[in-house]
Design a protein around this ligand. Structure first.
Ligand SMILES: [Zn+2]
Length: 567
């Protein structure tokens, strides 16, 4: 039996962007006497409700800012929250975590229900240091600065001012000179801010190292693995993943590169030869604008599964989407669950590319996850560890492949299918490279920029495509700067590789029994974060493994499937 609150603890009209309004509510929880197990359960539930209100206030400010990085007032509102509310919430959260885990009634709680939460809070208590709060605020602001710099990047090209997201489409042009010109325009533009971004990264590394040392760790890598609650794998497992990818995926990637060069009739690929269709067909152009993208994606989900389709349709019903790219918008794409109203928001930079369509179904997968577990009264369980959250999203990239007819004719759909399957050997090496880079960066905190470049290039030789960089090496040297996770979400990247192995397993199930695969998928998602990772994988019908064995198996499956799709 789960205790329920008779009345809401948080007033409906609460302005959760204002600490003076939040403080009495948080104080009320900290000071509440705990005389029984039920009191503790009620405290957990009331706290969830209050945390959800705070989280939604931050979500709204973040969404508003990323949709308009060129609007100073929105930036300022987010900064105010980061500076005035967040540090106070962090402090009081620590008091509450400690109150809960050290309560004598914690042991009496149903461990099947509360065990995962208690384990999580215990780590938060263990890692909390007062001295780290201002450092975390500075880090958030540095990441915000990175976002602003990237959001302001645009180039004059083909007669108009274009964002870098909008420029990507020129890299798919069959005319090689156009591609090269576009690629150089993007690279030069990024290079103009490369020193500023290096400054930001240096500052981030130093502050993060400080945080780790303050918490009693030798380095930020070990701190962050604990902080990210990686209970089910360790740095050695990450190295095992890197080795498996280098051994199994990189040779496959190099074979694809060689084939591409042969089809294009080139002695060697240059960086601007990677996105064009290797058979000289015009780029895939799946949709005209955001509305078109939305309508066709809805049709894809109708073909896949009526339940998922109706969830997707609710997103179109107001204030849940900002899809199109435009100047003054932050880069990237995300799904953000607003935890109080329990409505997801999808942000992306659609510019009419095939990869935008992938982003759309990917973020929709995250939204399905948010929706399927939104009924849990415990906030922490209304989202899962990122390793599994990315299974929810990545699976949709694969399960929608049979239904791409909503966007394409059969030949084009097959192109898109091949492209997605090729992502296994081509994306896994990039993930391993970014992850290995971070392991090195944070376990060598005193490094110089020269050392960092050398390490990145060493990893590039281990994991990179067979590309001729001669004469433009300096662009390769800082190509990590475009990976936004390195700035705001350190070590959050291998999750995509781990999740790819889960999503591919969901896809394998769906090829033999689609109904069962979808049922497993939804069962796994509905658990939210209430169970440990291996159990979430098991619920989704997957094996919790990202080592050599599974990668070999999946690579073989990809090769088999590719052989059946006409080129
Ligand atoms: Zn994702």
């Amino acid at each position: 039996m789960t205790a329920t609150t008779a009345r809401p603890y948080v007033p409906a009209e609460l302005d959760a962007t204002d600490w003076s309004r939040l403080e009495p509510l948080y104080r009320g929880l900290v000071d509440r006497p705990l005389k029984c197990k039920n009191c503790l359960e009620n405290l957990i539930l009331d706290r969830s409700e209050l945390d959800a209100a705070t989280a939604e206030a931050e979500a709204n400010l973040y969404i508003a800012m990323t949709c308009h990085t060129d609007d100073a007032s929105r930036q300022a509102a987010f900064t105010r929250f980061v500076e005035n509310v967040e540090p106070n919430v962090r402090k009081v959260a620590f008091e509450l975590d400690r109150k809960i885990v050290s309560s004598p009634f914690a042991r009496e709680l149903d461990q099947a229900r509360y065990g995962v939460l208690l384990r999580r809070l215990a780590v938060d208590v263990e890692l909390f240091r007062d001295a780290n709060i201002p450092l975390q605020t500075e880090i958030t602001k540095l990441d915000q600065e990175y976002s602003t710099i990237c959001g302001a990047m645009s180039v004059e090209f083909d007669g108009a001012k274009r964002t870098l997201a909008q420029m990507s489409r020129y890299l798919e042009e069959t005319d090689r000179a156009t591609r090269e010109k576009a690629w150089r325009a993007i690279a030069e533009r990024r290079d103009a801010d490369a020193d500023r971004i290096d400054d930001i990264y240096d500052a981030l590394i130093a502050k993060r190292h400080r945080i780790a040392v303050n918490a009693g760790f030798a380095n930020f890598r070990d701190y962050q693995h604990r902080k990210m609650q990686r209970f089910d794998y360790r740095p050695e497992d990450c190295f095992g993943f890197h080795d498996a990818v280098a051994e199994i995926c990189v040779p496959a990637l190099h074979r694809l590169n060689a084939e591409r060069a042969r089809h294009l009739g080139l002695p060697a690929l240059r960086p601007w030869d990677l996105a064009v269709d290797e058979r000289g067909r015009p780029p895939l152009r799946p949709f005209r604008d955001g509305k078109d993208l939305l309508d066709r994606t809805a049709a894809v989900f109708r073909r896949l599964d009526p339940e998922l389709a109706s969830m997707f349709d609710t997103l179109g019903e107001g204030e849940c989407l900002d899809l199109e790219s435009r100047p003054g918008k932050a880069p990237g794409g995300y799904q953000y669950q607003r935890q109080r109203s329990r409505r997801p928001f999808i942000f992306m930079n659609a510019a009419g590319l095939h990869r935008d369509l992938i982003t759309m179904v990917h973020e929709a997968g995250h939204a399905f996850h948010s929706i399927l577990c939104k009924g849990d009264p415990i906030l922490e369980y209304r989202g899962s560890p990122t390793e599994f959250a990315e299974v929810a999203s990545t699976s949709m990239e694969l399960l929608t492949l049979p239904h791409l007819g909503e966007f394409y004719g059969e030949a084009e759909a097959n192109r898109a299918r091949r492209e997605r399957l090729e992502k296994f050997p081509s994306l896994m090496p990039w993930i391993a490279q970014v992850d290995a880079f971070q392991h090195w960066v944070y376990t060598n905190p005193g490094h110089t920029r020269k050392d960092r470049t050398a390490e990145w290039m060493r990893l590039n030789a281990r994991f990179g495509s067979m590309v001729d960089w001669s004469g433009i090496e300096r662009f390769a040297e800082r190509s990590w700067q475009r990976q936004l996770h390195l700035f705001g979400m350190p070590f959050y990247y291998i999750e995509y590789g781990i999740a790819e192995t889960g999503a591919m397993q969901v896809w394998l199930q769906s090829r033999t029994d689609r109904a069962r695969a979808l049922a497993n998928y939804k069962r796994g998602l509905a658990l939210g974060g209430s169970r440990p990772l291996p159990e979430l994988w098991q619920a989704a019908g997957c094996r919790w493994d990202f080592g050599r064995g599974i990668i070999r198996e999946l690579m073989d499956e990809v090769n088999r499937e590719m052989a059946t799709i006409p080129a």
